[in-house]
Structures are given as structure tokens and as C-alpha cells.
Design a protein around this ligand. Structure first.
Ligand code: CIR
Length: 253
């Protein structure tokens, strides 16, 4: 169960953020409506929301997930791999100091984006990507093992971040897309497989009694409902334009 989340309002500079997609320029008004709906959905899931104000200096900073890895007992401040995003950790460190007694850090030359880290019960999966390098992944693995978790490093082939293509729903159920579907590392899970055309919906989040998924993926909705979950659908178009998904918009703990 999660009792807290951290979110951050997108600033007007969001439209100048990093992206590899060709889906067009985000509409800021629409973006704010979608962000508000996201925050409301989290409240529906029963969590306390720490709401950070927008910071125009960091266009991508609404994607707070990349700045930290959180558990119940400790926080890890990440070291984001994109130069324009690295300074986002300064504010997040201050916020986390108010919430946690035990804080670890990923240190250069190690880089790590929180979007490359997935927790499934006592096991963590750490992707190596354009943003997370081997040293960053090994630093996090060492921290997690010291804290009695199991950690596996997963070199990514195609996905942007690890969680672009995978989500854990608890109860041994794993949502998997693309390169992860046949990966031996995930063979022991009960798989919910997302086909190529619905790949964006593999980035969904379990928040207490609900699974939040992007709107527009009826097949994914059906599969997750069949697995026994209540689903909340949210419009995500303006976040998708900047390569962001549902998990990226919050830190949950
Ligand atoms: C970036 O390129 O960093 C942002 N435009 C998107 C970050 C998405 N974050 C995530 O998948 N955890």
C-alpha cells in the first residue's frame, strides 16, 4: 500500500522539454487539465499528495519519478542522465529530507533515472538505458542489497526507460511489452502481455485498490480488469508528446 505521493506541476517551459516523439507540441492548457486529473485520481486511490510548484528552469521536472527511488524505509536521490534534468534533484533532495531519515545518493560517474527502476515486492529491476549507466545501476544494486532487497540489472534494447515497457501489479502479476515479454528474468510472473500497438499502456501504475492506465486502450483495460483490478483511465496525450507516461508523473511510497 502507498500512503504518499509526490507530484510537481508542469511549467510553461514544459513544451521545450526533451522528446524523441513526433506527436507535436504539447498544449499547455490541456496539459494542466490532464495533470489535475492525474492528481485527483491519486487522491481517489487514497494517498496523501505532496504537490510541488512548477519550476520553469526545468522543462521536464513534472516527471518527478526520474529524480529518486523510494521505499518505505529509505530514499535514493538519483543522478539523472540528461544534463538538462540533472539539477532537478536539488529540490527533490530537500523535499525528501523532510520525509526520510535515511537517504542514499547515486554519484557521478554513475547516472540513474528513476524511470529505469521497477520494484516488484522485494525485488528490484534496474534498466541500463540512454539515461542510466552501468555504474549508476551497480551503485543502486549495492544500496538495495545492503537493505536486504534483491536487485537485477537489465540492459535495455529498445525501450527508452525500463518502465516504458513494464509494470508490476502486485500478486505476482506483471504487465509486459516488447523486449520484456520473452525475457527469462520475468518468466516466473503471471504475465499480462501488451501488444506493440498498445505499448504505451504498458506504463500503468498500481496505487492501492486501483490500476491507473492511459485512456484509449480498451484491450489493456479489459485484461487488467480480468486480472481482478479496478481501473482508472486518464487522458495522457500531452505527456506522451514528451515521452512521459503515468509512472513518470509521481513518486509513490
Ligand atoms: C525526458 O526525456 O526525460 C522526459 N521528456 C520524459 C521523461 C519520462 N520519464 C519516465 O519515463 N520516467
Amino acid at each position: 500500500m502507498f500512503s504518499n505521493v509526490i507530484v510537481k506541476k508542469p511549467g510553461k517551459s514544459y513544451v521545450e522539454g526533451l522528446t524523441t516523439s513526433d506527436l507535436g507540441t504539447p498544449n499547455y492548457e490541456e496539459l494542466l487539465v490532464q495533470h489535475e486529473a492525474y492528481v485527483e485520481a491519486l487522491k481517489t486511490c487514497g494517498v496523501e499528495v505532496t504537490y510541488l510548484e512548477a519550476d520553469e528552469a526545468f522543462p521536464d521536472s513534472t516527471f518527478v519519478e526520474d529524480t529518486a527511488v523510494l521505499t518505505k524505509d529509505f530514499a535514493v536521490v538519483s543522478n539523472p542522465g540528461a544534463a538538462s534534468r540533472n539539477g532537478e534533484i536539488v529540490e527533490m533532495e530537500q523535499v525528501l529530507k523532510g520525509l526520510y531519515e535515511k537517504i542514499y545518493y547515486i554519484e557521478s560517474p554513475g547516472t540513474l533515472d528513476g524511470g529505469d527502476v521497477l520494484q516488484a515486492d522485494n525485488t528490484f529491476y534496474i534498466g541500463i538505458s540512454e539515461r542510466t549507466n552501468q555504474q549508476g545501476a551497480e551503485q543502486l544494486k549495492a544500496i538495495l542489497e545492503k537493505e536486504d532487497y534483491v536487485a537485477h540489472i537489465v540492459p535495455l534494447k529498445e525501450f527508452f526507460h525500463l518502465k516504458t515497457g513494464i509494470a508490476y501489479l502486485g500478486d505476482n502479476k506483471m504487465v509486459l511489452a516488447g523486449e520484456f515479454v520473452e525475457d527469462e528474468l520475468f518468466s516466473s510472473y503471471d504475465k499480462i502481455v501488451i501488444p506493440k500497438e498498445d505499448e504505451y499502456s504498458a506504463n500503468c501504475i498500481l496505487v492501492n485498490d486501483f490500476v491507473i492506465i492511459p485512456a484509449g486502450y480498451p484491450a489493456t483495460k479489459q485484461k487488467i480488469e480480468q486480472a481482478g483490478y479496478s481501473v482508472i483511465e486518464l487522458p495522457m496525450s500531452e505527456f506522451q508528446k514528451q515521452d512521459g507516461g503515468l509512472s513518470c508523473l509521481s513518486l509513490r511510497f
